[in-house]
Design a protein around this ligand. Structure first.
Ligand code: RP5
Length: 168
């Protein structure tokens, strides 16, 4: 994981436990691939509520443009972070032991009207897509990053087109 607070970070990745890192490191990998400065840290909503509030309250002033928040089970971290900042929060439901992340998904996606959390798929696909969404948001004002995103999409298309040749 990166240093807890990166002064250059424009994206914050937070999670409820180090056990979420296996999932959330997919978001970090995407941001690294695109050269987007980020930080990653554990800020548990129920075990570190004061730190969670402090992190969310400082986010805008520190220059964060989005916060990717991952949690499992009763996953209140993304919603509570969103309650304390207007920085966009992208929620990633982490697969839980007993309910496979459906609990996490429902906890994050069912935000009551007024405090939005953009919610992604359960698990690694959601973590990667949250980072790609953050890149897309940053790219609206950054032509070089937009070109990188277009190239990423083109590589995916080429890879899918090549799949037919693998069929036997
Ligand atoms: C949540 O509880 C975390 O987001 C994690 O997904 C889940 C389990 O945490 P650990 O018991 O592995 O620390 O707070």
């Amino acid at each position: 994981m990166s240093a807890p607070q990166n002064p250059d970070a424009v994206i914050g990745i937070v999670m409820g436990s180090s056990s979420d890192w296996e999932t959330m490191k997919q978001a970090a990998a995407i941001l690294t691939e695109f050269g987007v400065p980020f930080e990653a840290r554990v800020v548990s909503a129920h075990r570190m509520p004061d730190e969670m509030f402090a992190y969310a309250e400082a986010a805008s002033g520190r220059g964060l443009k989005a916060i990717i928040a991952g949690a499992g089970g009763a996953a209140h971290l993304p919603g509570m972070v969103a309650a304390k900042t207007t920085v966009p929060v992208l929620g990633v439901p982490v697969a839980s032991r007993h309910l496979q992340g459906v609990d996490s998904l429902h906890s994050i996606v069912q935000m009551p009207k007024g405090i939005p959390v953009a919610t992604f798929a359960i698990g690694t696909a959601g973590a990667a897509n949250a980072a790609l969404f953050a890149v897309a948001m940053l790219a609206t004002g950054n032509p070089a990053l937009l070109a990188q995103l277009d190239a990423f999409r083109a590589r995916q298309t080429a890879a899918a087109q090549a799949m037919t040749a693998e069929l036997t």
